[in-house]
Design a protein around this ligand. Structure first.
Ligand SMILES: *Cc1c(COP(=O)(O)O)cnc(C)c1O
Length: 392
């Protein structure tokens, strides 16, 4: 469409120039209800005054110093992430896949420094998405993302969620870690049963493998808890987060227990940009809001309201919708008609959503959404479903 950009995205012919809460305004001034939120990134909506103030204030002081010096914003954000999670230590990144990369390197290093360098294999799960670097696509295991990029990075295996026989057959003496999304995002909003996660935890405890959770999409309140693992009674050893923590500014982090991180000593890993003062100011501002009393309660209650409304919608349009999926405000509508067409139709009704695997439409509204805005969304979804029915 535009000759000077690599055409790796099939973009909608639509550009936004301004945002406010859950609304985006296009070049022609028309308003869209944003239930895509930059793919679960704009957790507090657009132009949240507290985030804008934090970014502008930091922008006037200092942008970047590198990781050759202490960065006070990193120390503050790391302390808050540790105090509010299972973790003891944090490494900041610029993106989700870099947080995954750090997690994988950390798991391999852990076994290396503990006398088992042969334990480098990472086991992930079918339908996974872990980002687009060479290691990310190897971990994701999706043929469509691997094709044409040379041999898959060595050391990544995949099994199906729930496949106990495959787990039993695993060569744990060569495996560094299991890597899993507690709720698969791109793969189609599939929740991994808590019982299966518990089983993985036990297996890791028994064999010394590490358990890595990819909470890049589920983290920072999206499911109604700060992190999705809190819905279970287990904790991972390592966790990757990104998307929501920056509220729209590129930030990611790899969180870990001290023991899992024992191989990550001075000089073994790094990043020029990661954890810069701008990113840290925004990350801290996001946590100011998400950790406020009552915020996550709001997410849980608005999520259950939204799900009730969606259940009604599905019932009245059985030719369009098959089922409701996901957790909290990470919502999936499994469709009977093509999801890409539904996303486009919904966009014509000025509401934004995102496609996912398995013919699912994802709804990822800002966590600050209100009941009135949810009703507006339901009306747009109704209209789109009716359009699809009359065309089918
Ligand atoms: C988005 C996503 C990633 C990749 O994040 P990037 O910032 O695009 O690198 C990894 N894992 C999951 C679960 C994601 O949703």
């Amino acid at each position: 469409m535009f000759p000077y950009l690599l055409p790796t995205y099939s973009r909608a012919d639509l550009a936004f120039v301004r945002g406010e809460g859950p609304y985006l305004f296009a070049e022609d001034g028309s308003r869209y209800l944003d239930f895509a939120a930059g793919i679960a990134v704009n957790a507090l909506g657009h132009a949240h005054p507290h985030l804008v103030a934090a970014l502008c204030d930091q922008a006037g002081k200092l942008w970047h110093t590198s990781n050759l010096y202490r960065v006070p914003g990193q120390e503050k954000l790391a302390r808050r992430l540790v105090e509010n999670s299972f973790a003891d230590t944090v490494f900041f990144t610029n993106s989700g896949v870099e947080a995954i990369e750090c997690s994988v390197k950390m798991a391999r290093r852990h076994h290396f420094v503990n006398g088992a360098p042969e334990r480098f294999r990472i086991v992930s799960f079918e339908g996974a998405f872990h980002g687009r670097t060479l290691a990310g696509i190897a971990a994701g295991g999706q043929a469509k993302y691997l094709e044409g990029f040379g041999p898959k990075v060595e050391g990544f295996d995949q099994i199906a969620v729930g496949d106990m026989a495959a787990l039993k057959a695993l060569d744990t003496a060569q495996t560094a870690a299991l890597l899993i999304e507690p709720v698969q995002g791109e793969g189609g909003l599939r929740t991994v049963p808590a019982e299966f996660l518990r089983h993985l935890r036990r297996l890791c405890d028994d064999t010394g493998m590490l358990l890595i959770f990819d909470e890049v999409q589920t983290g920072v309140g999206r499911t109604g808890k700060l992190f999705a693992y809190e819905w279970t009674d287990i904790t991972p050893d390592i966790m990757a987060i990104a998307k929501g923590i920056g509220g729209g500014f590129p930030v990611g982090a790899c969180l870990a227990k001290a023991e899992a991180a024992d191989g990550m000593t001075a000089g073994v890993h790094g990043s020029t940009f990661a954890g810069n003062p701008l990113a840290m100011a925004v990350g801290n501002a996001v946590l100011d809001i998400v950790l406020e009393d009552g915020f996550l309660e709001h997410v849980r209650s608005i999520a259950s309201y939204t799900r009730q409304q969606l259940a009604g919608l599905i019932e009245t349009h059985p030719k369009v919708f098959a089922e409701l999926r996901g957790e909290g405000l990470m919502i999936g509508l499994k469709l009977k008609l093509p999801n890409t067409e539904f996303v486009a139709t919904l966009r014509r009704h000025h509401m934004l959503s995102v496609g996912a695997g398995d013919n699912v439409v994802r709804l990822l509204p800002p966590l600050t959404i209100t009941e009135e805005q949810v009703r507006e969304a339901i009306a747009a979804l109704e209209a789109a479903a009716s359009d699809m029915e009359s065309q089918a």
